[in-house]
Design a protein around this ligand. Sequence first.
Ligand SMILES: *Cc1c(COP(=O)(O)O)cnc(C)c1O
Length: 366
Amino acid sequence: MRPIASPIIASTASPHAEIEISLSAFRSNLDYLRRVTAPADLMVVLKANAYGHGRIEMGTAAAAAGIRWLGALDLDTALALRSAGVTPEIRILAWLYPPGQIFSAAVAASIDLGVSTVRELEQIISTAGGQAPRVHLKIDTGLSRNGATAADWPKLVRSALRHQHAGLIKVVGVWTHIAEASEDDDTVAANRFAHAIQVAESLGAQFEVRHLAASSAGLRREDFRFDLVRMGGHCWGIPSFDGVSPREIGLEPVMTLRSRVVGVRDTGNGIRAFVPVGYALGVPSKAAGKVSVAIDGRLHRVVTVERHWLEVDTGRFAVSVGQRVVLFGTGDEGEQTVRQWGDLTTTLGDEITTRISHTIKRRYIE
Ligand SMILES: *Cc1c(COP(=O)(O)O)cnc(C)c1O
């Protein structure tokens, strides 16, 4: 049985679901993370539309809360943040560029630029449009995504220092990104980072900011914080550790996903409720049989995830059309958290918020 004849997918905003973003939960996470990571500074990483939370809304809220560093990933996000009124004393770091990127707009907007290769550095300088950009030299410490290899590192540092001497750039940062999957691998990576800093300093570099850790290592390892930690997941209240609740590590979930019951069927062997949010709106199909949703404060198992709806087994509990459903959120209404959804579907929680469709209206509340 299909409870909804023809799902509405052509409209730009889904009428079937609503996302609530709690700005007070976000600010509370930022306050807590800043307290824990001090005296290091906290960078709020806003890539992937702030993991589905809204890059402009989260970026401007972070700036208003006194955050001094934003991580944009791409220049489009960095420039959008400036256009939205994030002033230049708040540093915005970008580090992923398409081939042939022209940097003049970014440099004019005072965007800090991550640099992994001599070629990238030369591309930045030749298209900077006359001003000297602030650059952060990136070393690869094992993740092999980008960053200079240990072999290429001295060449990158020398080239950057030469260009700095000529007044073409300002070398302000040194950084790396680590897997944060095993303590031992992370320790090896951090040692490589410390070594790369020594090599660069012996060549004459002086860095204002050294940064290595993201959410997991930034919270766990004091010795990994250096001058700045870059956090995404923890800012949204999604723990980067398995099997802990946000509150156990001092965080509050920021995103709540709600919908309503649109159909009810009594199978004779239990009642099924239909909720019009399926994988087309980003609910993972792997959630079927695994996650539960809250209806009237009580959790019920999702048994099927279809393209446009979920089927929920409410057993002998009567439910009615129009009743509110909380898919995931803070837990305050009996629902599971994003982190629990992540554990149950063996994905990172932040993958779930990131994939929830942008067509679902985000409502920002205090
Ligand atoms: C995504 C990202 C982060 C933040 O990662 P979380 O685990 O979400 O905190 C930090 N640094 C870089 C370079 C990233 O790409």
